[in-house]
Ligand binder design. Structure first.
Ligand SMILES: C[S@@+](CC[C@H](N)C(=O)[O-])C[C@H]1O[C@@H](n2cnc3c(N)ncnc32)[C@H](O)[C@@H]1O
Length: 268
């Protein structure tokens, strides 16, 4: 037990962020308390206990089920790439669908203190739209998801319609686009970018190149939130993006692209 609690883990190849299991668990607890409140957090703890004891009770309250029960949206499940309706040439680089925790996402986003109305938000590989739903709670200029699977995109569209009907949206616009992240163009405006390990390094590089090209005249900082950063090296070696020194937790890295004038100021 003590060994489990005090074991250090470094999950990603070449990433020197190590963290203790106990710190990860504490963080999950705090994030759940912040966004779910004490009752749901207590149910989450009870559910985790039941799972460990192999008692089939309360499983829909488990922390890794995010807020599926609370939001009522259809974002659940895992869809493997082998059964996805995607072109064969992108299948090898694509990662399976699985929704991220919207509580963790909100915790990271809020720590950036972004001026939401001045920013667009884009999720590359948005799946059924779990994080689109979370981002749309903030008054971004727009929230857009780009998803390669037509079936997942259709589910996202149904979720968006449901959110509109239930007045769950604070963002200026909310939409899911069916297409390849590598060929998606951004409007020439400040952006918060989000990726949950959606694809391999080649596609990630193409996405970064497009961001550089499309946002080259933007003066405001551009943020890149990388959840489960399996290919963090692509960003580490980029000339433009720099890893923020603030720690966001073991599964998250946040990169920032400074404006041209800030870069000039820094380099003297
Ligand atoms: C791990 S899921 C992330 C889902 C969502 N962003 C979240 O955080 O809950 C990765 C998604 O990326 C999509 N994807 C993979 N390659 C893609 C590409 N080239 N263009 C757009 N979407 C892609 C997959 O279909 C899958 O839905």
């Amino acid at each position: 037990m003590l060994k489990f609690v005090f074991t250090k883990t470094a999950r990603y190849p070449g990433l020197e962020v190590e963290h203790y299991q106990i710190l990860r668990n504490l963080r999950t607890l705090l994030v759940n308390l912040k966004y779910r409140g004490p009752i749901m957090t207590f149910l989450g703890l009870a559910a985790n206990f039941c799972a460990r004891a192999k008692i089939p009770l309360l499983q829909e309250y488990r922390f890794n089920k995010q807020n599926l029960r609370e939001s009522g949206l259809d974002t659940d499940g895992i869809v493997e790439t082998a059964v996805m309706d995607i072109p064969d040439e992108v299948r090898a680089s694509a990662c399976r669908y699985e929704a991220a925790s919207d509580y963790e996402f909100r915790h990271v986003l809020e720590r950036l203190h972004v001026d939401y109305p001045a920013y667009h938000f884009v999720d590359y590989g948005s799946g059924k739209g779990a994080i689109l739903a979370a981002a749309a709670r903030y008054p971004f200029k727009s929230v857009t998801g780009v998803e390669i699977s037509g079936a997942l995109h259709q589910t996202a569209m149904r979720n968006i319609a449901e959110m509109k009907q239930r007045h769950m949206i604070r963002a200026g616009a909310l939409t899911s686009v069916h297409g390849d992240a590598a060929s998606y163009s951004l409007p020439n405006a400040p952006h918060v970018i989000y990726v949950y390990n959606s694809f391999g390094p080649e596609v990630l590089q193409k996405v970064l190149d497009r961001i550089s090209e499309d946002l080259r005249d933007i003066e405001e900082p551009v943020y890149f939130l990388y959840n489960n950063p399996m290919h963090h090296n692509v960003l580490e070696k980029s000339q433009e993006f720099h890893r923020m020194s603030k720690s966001f937790g073991g599964k998250w890295l946040v990169f920032i692209r400074l404006s041209n004038s800030d870069i000039l100021r820094k380099t003297g």
